[in-house]
Design a protein around this ligand. Structure first.
Ligand code: ATP
Ligand code: MG
Length: 195
């Protein structure tokens, strides 16, 4: 079995802009947060969980079919936020101005993989780039300090990028952390390009 998810890759310039604008926050919060390495920042569309290697082929074919019916689109990146809330930060993320195309594409992927037997997500899609996870065991002091740092942090515009493909990734947990490998990449809009 392998751990898999469907996601959009983030261009290096955007990741570098995120790193530059969160460097001071990373320094201030020290040990309280496990920051995501630049390589691992991505936009998850659908978490599949454990899948059998033999289902990669069918998933890839379905993704290709869906992707080809959507034209490439732009996503603007901005803002800092936390799940479940800034007062109780667990996951620290960068928000996106999600165009309708992104919501439609995600919904299409959700229903397509549901037809293949994967669980449907009951929560609404909330597009974000996870950049850090707050550690479980932090002191009350560290927690106060973290909240204050997050509340006072202002992020400027981080630019925008064009989404041209989506990927089926596998995730391997190694001693250094999770390592993602693209198993399949489907281009958006190839259907239009072919006519
Ligand atoms: P790590 O778990 O090592 O901290 P990670 O969460 O980035 O790293 P995975 O757990 O393999 O790595 O997750 C891959 C992607 O799927 C990430 O975007 C993660 O947020 C998302 N994900 C993981 N588990 C779930 C879940 N139960 N529901 C929804 N999305 C999930
Ligand atoms: Mg995880």
């Amino acid at each position: 079995m392998l751990r898999a998810f469907i996601a959009i890759e983030i261009p290096l310039e955007i990741k570098k802009a995120i790193a530059a604008q969160t460097a001071s926050l990373q320094k201030e919060t020290g040990h309280a947060v496990r920051w995501v390495t630049l390589d691992n920042i991505h936009l998850t569309l659908k978490f599949l969980g454990e899948i059998s290697p033999s289902s990669v082929e069918l998933l890839s074919q379905s993704l290709q079919l869906e992707c080809s019916q959507y034209a490439p689109f732009e996503i603007a990146v901005s803002s800092l936020g936390c799940f479940p809330s800034p007062r109780r930060p667990r996951v620290i993320w960068i928000g996106l101005h999600a165009p309708a195309e992104l919501t439609q594409l995600q919904h299409k992927i959700e229903t397509t993989v549901a037809r293949l037997g994967y669980d449907m997500q009951d929560k609404p899609f909330s597009p974000h780039l996870t950049i850090g996870r707050v550690r479980e065991q932090i002191s009350a002091d560290e927690s106060l300090h973290l909240r204050a740092a997050l509340e006072s942090k202002i992020i400027d515009d981080l630019g925008s990028f064009s989404v041209r493909a989506i990927h089926l990734f596998k995730s391997d947990l190694q001693s250094s952390g999770s390592v993602y490998t693209s198993l399949y990449s489907g281009d958006l809009g190839s259907y239009y390009a072919e006519i």
